[in-house]
Design a protein around this ligand. Sequence first.
Ligand SMILES: [Zn+2]
Length: 381
Amino acid sequence: MPTSPGLRIGRILGIPIYVHASWMIIFVLITMSLAMQFTQEHPQWTTVQHWAVGVATSLLFFASVLFHELSHSMVARAYKIRVISITLFVFGGVARIGREPAKAIQEFNIAIAGPLASLFLAFAFYSLTQFFPYAQMTGALAVWLWQTNAALALFNLLPGFPLDGGRIFRAVVWGVTKDFARATKVAGTSGKIVAYGMIVFGAWYAMRGQWTSGLWLAFIGWFLLNAAQESVAQVAIREALSGLHAADVMSHEVPTVPRNMSLEEYGQEVARTGRRCHLVTTEDRLVGMINVHALNSVARDEWGNMSVQGVMIPREKVLWARPEEPLLGLLERLVSADVNQMPVVTDTEDDGAHIIGMITRDSILRVMQARSEVGSLTPTR
Ligand SMILES: [Zn+2]
């Protein structure tokens, strides 16, 4: 499951943008190496100019990667796929989307938008170099940025999952074979081949004396290898969950608290039972949901004066599941909404929802693990 994506730096077009810790190290390294490069190649500039152009180039590189990810996001949105967040990593970014595309052509278009955006930027910066000579600050900046954006586009087009090229490759195999699971396996395998190739080539390069480039290449290869394995595992999840519904894995035990309970008492209840989320009820009717997160939004010395009802998530805003909902879609909804549990409810005639169970990410993970232990028992569909 996704962990904390990093430091949040803002929101663009409604999408939260995060920066991974590793990106800041890279940002400093790129700025330093650019300042050194400019010091060597442009001795006529002042020290302040070397650093100013270094920082400006780094920032524009950062903006370029963001532009690449936003392009993926805009195409995803055009297909009504929610974009949860964009995170900038060591050598690029990741746009997290709420669900997998439903059709091969959608995946193809979402994937190719990124490299096309980078190529567009490469072309734009290349055009700048036609007006500003390399000896000038704008020219030096534009040369580095057009080359780097072109390299970014080409690197991302390598046909290995999870790079954009791997997604394009998967979309093509998926479109031809109509078999999503098989397409992912093929793209995952080609991703591993690309990754091993980069590791071997990087090691060979390093041994020939090109230490920095060689090790860097090998490191990226190693990162890709892990990512390829992870994305194949995601397909295994799909397969493990197929045929199962919310009612199959929900727990019938529903921890509830009355709505007039004080937050002080609720804190004790959490500490005593270890449960972090409760439904708020009156006479078996769901009126809301409360969890430790909501509890902690209130200052501790106010707990005695406030009731659960004051801070609970009201019923209209609680996400809930139906017993017949397929588990895979439900897991995607849990991840997409960034919540750990949902109540399972059925409607009764006398209005009002009747709670029949609770479904958590943990219970879904447990059934996946159990299924992997008993082997591939394909459920009857
Ligand atoms: Zn991309």
